[in-house]
Design a protein around this ligand. Structure first.
Ligand SMILES: *Cc1c(COP(=O)(O)O)cnc(C)c1O
Length: 384
């Protein structure tokens, strides 16, 4: 399915802004529900990828659960209409008020990352006379082969409980009265394009399951997190990630116990391809060997290229002249405020409308007001 740009209408709107193709979002959602549903897998949407009201509502209405990493995300998920019984709460540093918020709302599960956290959840639950359901986030020591800023499943990362601590954790868990083991949880990283990393994860999970079973523990839920990558190079021909192979791999390689549920937490793969950042060219400036297309969007609107050296496809929607190379840069006073170097674009002039593709995930949500710029606003294909 091809992303649809109604160029005439978009040219009338003040730039920069995010534009969401709701048809892409809806067909992505129904693909996921179909591919995961056939195996009985449950998918929680990772709210941190994009918490825009309309996007979130659409995902909620499609029947997804929510994966939250802050108290405000839990609050937002509940306000949007996600059922508390479908909300999981992860994060290495949950503050007391955030844990209390989760307890007050009876969320499905806290994904716990350390013994001290487990003890605090127990204490706070006890004060409320509640039993908190917890999943242990275990560090599987699987390499996701992705950018080191978004690799989270190695022993050296700050995330999760390492295997040599598990004996201790289970001992503590058994001694606490106000927490109950609901599941085991994993998340190895983000933008993972080699499915073999997920196969490695399955094999590790199977080993760890044996460890638990030998201790007569059978967690109800196995949650394997998110991380499925998208194709940033081909946003049109690959607008919907290969969910079929992804879920099939888990069905094939992950050995569930009878009555055990398999859960996922997908963020990027759900929303990345439905969004684009639209910006206009302010000036074309000739450098020594380079032509700069200076646009009115900056790293405050989309920080991924500056933060992770991320690639986003860039298109000129206004011109079909002969191609030339441009460095596409923003107006912010940082050299890292660059969306792409030596980008092939048709001959570009002031006023041309530029689309920066695949920015539905970790785009709008990471926008900030550096240089006192305005936050970008959003438009939707079904409202134009
Ligand atoms: C960020 C995150 C996700 C989602 O990751 P994606 O790569 O966007 O799918 C899932 N689970 C946890 C715990 C996370 O921190």
């Amino acid at each position: 399915m091809k992303f649809n740009f109604p160029v005439g209408a978009l040219e009338q709107i003040q730039t920069p802004f995010y534009y969401y193709d709701m048809e892409i979002l809806n067909s992505t959602l129904s693909t996921i529900q179909q591919e995961a549903g056939q195996y009985g897998f449950k998918v929680h949407y990772a709210v941190k990828a994009n918490a825009n009201d309309r996007i979130l509502k659409t995902i909620c209405d499609a029947g997804f659960g929510a994966d939250c990493v802050s108290g405000n995300e839990v609050k937002k998920a509940i306000e949007t209409g996600f059922n508390a019984s479908g909300i999981v709460f992860a994060g290495v540093g949950k503050a007391d008020w955030e844990i209390n918020l989760g307890l007050d709302n009876d969320i499905a599960c806290f994904n716990v990352e350390s013994i001290p956290e487990l003890e605090i959840i127990d204490e706070l639950a006890g004060l409320k006379g509640k039993i908190a359901k917890v999943a242990l986030r275990i560090n599987p020591n699987v390499n996701a082969n992705t950018h080191h800023y978004i690799t989270t499943g190695l022993e050296e990362n700050k995330f999760g409980i390492n295997q040599w601590d598990l004996d201790n954790v289970v001992y503590v868990l058994n001694s606490l009265k106000n927490v109950e083991l609901e599941g085991i949880h994993f998340h190895i990283g983000s933008q993972i394009t080699d499915l073999l990393s997920f196969k490695d994860l399955c094999i590790r999970v199977n080993e760890l399951q044996k460890w638990f079973i030998s201790r007569h523990i059978c967690p109800k839920v196995v949650n394997v997190g998110g991380g499925l990558g998208i194709d940033y190079e081909q946003p049109d021909s690959k607008s919907i990630p290969d969910f079929k192979s992804f879920f099939k791999l888990f069905d094939e390689f992950l050995e569930l116990q009878p009555d055990q549920e398999l859960h996922f937490e997908l963020g990027r793969s759900v929303v990345a391809q439905c969004g684009a950042l639209l910006t206009k060219v302010l000036y074309v400036k000739n450098g020594v060997n380079t032509k700069f297309a200076i646009v009115d969007a900056g790293m405050s609107d989309l920080i991924r290229p500056a933060l992770y050296q991320a690639y986003h496809k860039i298109e000129n929607l206004s011109s079909d002249k002969e191609e030339e190379k441009y460095d596409v840069v923003g107006p912010i006073c940082e050299s890292s405020d660059c969306f792409g170097k030596a980008v092939d674009l048709p001959h570009t002039s002031r006023g041309d409308l530029i689309a920066i593709r695949s920015t539905g995930a970790y785009g709008e949500i990471m926008a900030n007001r550096y240089n006192l710029r305005e936050l970008p606003i959003a438009y939707y294909s079904d409202e134009l």
